[in-house]
Structures are given as C-alpha cells and as structure tokens.
Design a protein around this ligand. Structure first.
Ligand SMILES: *Cc1c(COP(=O)(O)O)cnc(C)c1O
Length: 372
C-alpha cells in the first residue's frame, strides 16, 4: 500500500480484483466468465479493472452502453465485450466495426443492427436477450419466437452472428428465480428450434452465480463480486473476496470546541462535551451520501470515529473526542473491514442503500490510485 497521502483518493487494489475474479471463476466452473465493468467499473475505473479481470481469468467484459465498450477499445482492450442498453436512436455501425457484441432487446434493434451490418459489410455479433420476468429490458416472451425466427434467417444469410442468448434475474426468491430459469430454458429451446443455438447462454449475475449452480449455464456475468463486495445486504458470499476500493482523504482542519458548540448546517449536532472536530474533505460531490449524516463512521489513527452534523457538498466533520489528530493525517472513509476500517456496506447501512451505490457514486474529484 502506498503511504503517499492524497487529498481525496480512491485506492483500487487490482490484485484484489484479479484474485476475486479467479476465486469466483473457480467457484462457478463455467466455461466462460464475464466481468461487468459498466459505470466506470462501479466507480473503480473501467480500463484498469477490465485488464485486471481479464488477467484473473474473465474472458468477456460487459457494459451497459456502447460508448463504454468503445472506451475500452480506445484503450486498446480487444477482449470480447458485450453492450446491452441502447439509445433509441443508436447507430450500431461503429460497434460492429470495432467488434463489440450487441445485446438485442427489441425487434426494432434487430432491424437496426441488420441495416448497420449491411452498411459496414461485416456481420454484427449479437446476444439476444429475453425478458423472463424482470420486466425491464429484453425481448418480451410473446415476441421471442418472431425474434429468433428472424435472427435464424439473418444468420443463414450471413448478416448477423448470434453468439449468445441471455436474460437477467430479479434475485427475488429461490422460487421466483427458478421460474425465471425455466422460462429462460424454454426460450433457449424455442431458439434452437429455429436454428439459433449459440454457445453462450447466460442468466446469472454475482448473486445467482454464487448460490445457484442451475443458473450458471455456460457463462456468468460478475459485477459486484469482482470488486470484493457482497451482492446481499444481510450476508456475505462463501467465496473469499477482498474489497478492492479504499476511499481515503487527509484531515483538512482540526478544531477544539466547547460543549454546546453547533457544527455544520442546521446545527443538526451540538458537542455534548468539550471535544475535537476533524474536517474531512469529502462530501456528496464525492458520492458521500448526505443521508449518512450523523450515522456513519470513519477510521482515524486506528479507530472508528463518528461522522457528526450534516455531510455537505465538499466536506464532513468527525468527532474524535480527545484524540490528538493533526492536519494532514490520513482518514479512511471505507475500505476492507478486515483492517478494522468501516466498509462500503457500513456506509450503505448508514445511508439506507446498498454497497453497489456507495462505490459507484464516488465522484470525479476523487483521484483513483491503482495498486498493481
Ligand atoms: C449490472 C449487471 C450485472 C452485474 O450484476 P452484479 O449483481 O453486480 O453481479 C449482470 N448483468 C446485467 C444485465 C447487469 O445489468
């Protein structure tokens, strides 16, 4: 770990990402593993995380937007990458030309991608997505037969290549996941009946990949787990995972205050005794949730201390009692709980949200630092 102190820093341990991917890949045992690096790799940095995930054994990358896939290509990453959420007016030409695989969720997208393939003079690589019950993206079941029939003949004529079939689970309950899995299997059978029988069949994200072998098919799509975080708020996976991100700052100010002194906006908090307040230069612009005001803790000098008063745009206050803290000292906002520091999960509980949101919202003023 670097000892160099930075004002606001998210340190991302790429060795942890590599090890998490390797541990999850060994646990699931599928022929293919997709590392999901959408939304700047859940705030961790898409390009370095993608490289680390590939080094750890992932053979596919997943993103939401085509622009995210193009950014990976621009960085020189030529591994297979799938993008699955499209602007209604999207032009697929560049994606096809750059070898980006495209998730198809509507019959209109199938038409648009076919036109683009003909313009580019190369077949688009497609993963057809069926809605098995999430009611979000995906081809509705009533359109599925039409879609795979059309895809089958477009594949015959060389306009497209169907590389995969996929769907996404609600992770609602074992019974509901099983119902979605059965609908996915039925969709696969319908596709096969129309000559669409690709090798890549994928349904599970981290949660189901870990706990439901029958949902793994030939590939799993791993997001939160590769960052070393649990997909559940009430339990941790049976796979050894290490949180990759440590969010740090430097103490920007220290102030001794008398009992009764108010602090931060609205004086939501007043000092119950004479105490020392420490100013930490991260606020909701950095993704520090304002809802966690007065509920979260940070790690200073080997101990947890409470965040007091309102979290502001650029800063928050910590009550360190009679501890001696100096301007410039390091503060860990969250990191690996094995070190004693609060975790992204602790912040999620404090803010009434999930760990996914805590890491993904880390803002652009936070410098990313990568540990190889
Ligand atoms: C974000 C996403 C994933 C990854 O989910 P995790 O719970 O983070 O593993 C997988 N598949 C799709 C379609 C997604 O949008």
């Amino acid at each position: 770990m670097s000892e160099q102190l930075v004002f606001r820093e998210a340190s991302v341990d790429l060795r942890a990402v590599r090890a998490n991917v390797a541990a999850l890949a060994a646990h699931v045992g599928t022929p293919h593993v997709m590392a999901v690096v959408k939304a700047n790799a859940y705030g961790h940095g898409a390009v370095p995380v993608a490289r680390a995930a590939l080094a750890g054994g992932a053979d596919w990358l997943g993103v939401a937007d085509i622009a995210e896939a193009i950014a990976l290509r621009d960085a020189g990453i030529d591994a297979p990458v799938l993008a699955w959420l499209h602007d209604p007016d999207v032009i697929f030409d560049e994606a096809i030309a750059r070898g980006i695989s495209i998730g198809i969720s509507t019959l209109g997208q199938l038409d648009a991608v076919t036109d683009a393939s003909r313009r580019v003079g190369a077949p688009a690589r497609l993963h057809l997505k069926v809605d098995t019950g999430l009611s979000r993206n995906g081809i509705p079941e009533e359109d599925w037969a039409t879609a795979v029939e059309s895809a089958g003949s477009l594949q015959e004529s060389g306009d497209i290549v169907v590389e995969g079939l996929f769907s996404h689970l609600s992770n609602a309950s074992p019974e509901e996941d099983a119902a979605q899995r059965e609908r996915f299997e039925a969709a696969i059978a319908t596709a096969e009946a129309h000559g669409v029988a690709p090798e890549l069949l994928h349904l599970a994200s981290t949660a189901a990949a870990i706990t439901r072998p029958e949902c793994r098919f030939t590939m799993v799509r791993l997001g939160i787990g590769i960052y070393g975080l649990s997909p559940w708020s009430d339990s941790t996976p049976d796979v050894p995972l290490v949180p990759a991100m440590t969010l740090r700052g430097r103490v920007a100010n220290v102030r001794r205050v008398a009992a009764g002194t108010g602090a931060s906006y609205d004086y939501q908090w007043r000092a119950p005794r004479d105490t020392t307040l420490v100013l930490v230069p991260l606020g909701y612009a950095e993704g520090i949730p304002r809802q966690a005001s007065g509920r979260a803790e940070v790690w200073i000098a080997g101990k947890r201390h409470p965040v007091v008063g309102r979290i502001a745009m650029d800063q928050f206050i910590v009550d360190v009692g009679d501890l001696s803290v100096a301007v410039g000292d390091p503060v860990v906002v969250f990191g690996d709980p094995a070190t004693g520091a609060p975790s992204a999960d602790d912040w999620a509980v404090a803010a009434g949200t999930i760990n996914y949101e805590i890491v993904t919202r880390i803002g652009h003023r936070v410098q990313r630092h990568y540990v190889e």
